[in-house]
Write a protein of this length. Structure first.
Length: 208
């Protein structure tokens, strides 16, 4: 009788950090039944709003990069000038990002948006919050725009979330993984896989 070994929890791991440092608890978004070793992204959305100050320019649509953190990004008026000015940008975890220039597209691996000039110039001390919500995991979707286009980790064990969001464990950092035990989304191209592999590498997840 032929025996076929199926994927099992952590079977793709060649090495990982001590204790549970490589792993994070999360939720797998409903409507999916995924095997251990599946590459996943995180569902996230972002929106900006003025909190205080005199400036009345609009805050453009927010798109997110692979390092976007769930929580509130704080933009604080740093310099003022006619029809311009700058804001400092702090992540939810407290990291300082490069300054944002008013009326110029701001791009980072965290958040991307444009803070437009208004009838009243933005002033020193004005506050804008960019709130990132979500965080559920979902199978990598390279063509998506909801955060799942960025490889965020590898599902540690198989999870059936067909009926509802379901707790899961995801490998998010500092491991070596057997590339032959990794499950990619159906239809992924070689170019998309290369991009996703680089995104995993940036997190310290290396496929061998």
């Amino acid at each position: 009788m032929a025996l076929t070994e199926t994927t099992h929890a952590g079977g793709f791991i060649l090495s990982e950090a001590n204790r549970t440092r490589s792993r994070e608890n999360g939720k797998l978004n409903s409507g999916q039944d995924l095997a251990a070793g599946t590459v996943v992204g995180q569902l996230k959305t972002g929106a900006g709003a003025k909190i205080s100050g005199t400036g009345d320019g609009t805050i453009g649509a927010v798109t997110l990069g692979p390092d976007a953190e769930v929580g509130v990004y704080v933009l604080t008026g740093k310099s003022e000038s006619a029809n311009a000015g700058t804001f400092s940008v702090r992540t939810p975890s407290g990291q300082q990002l490069p300054d944002l220039t008013v009326a110029a597209a701001y791009a980072s691996t965290h958040i991307n948006l444009t803070v437009a000039d208004g009838a009243n110039d933005w002033d020193i001390g004005d506050i804008i919050h960019v709130t990132v919500t979500g965080g559920d995991y979902s199978i990598l979707a390279p063509a998506a725009t909801d955060g799942t286009q960025h490889a965020a980790g590898i599902l540690y064990a198989g999870v059936d979330a067909s009926a509802a969001d379901t707790p899961c464990v995801v490998i998010v950092r500092d491991i070596e993984a057997n590339s032959n035990e990794i499950t990619w989304p159906a239809g992924i191209t070689a170019a998309q896989k290369a991009v996703a592999t680089n995104q995993l590498n940036a997190r310290g997840i290396f496929l061998r």
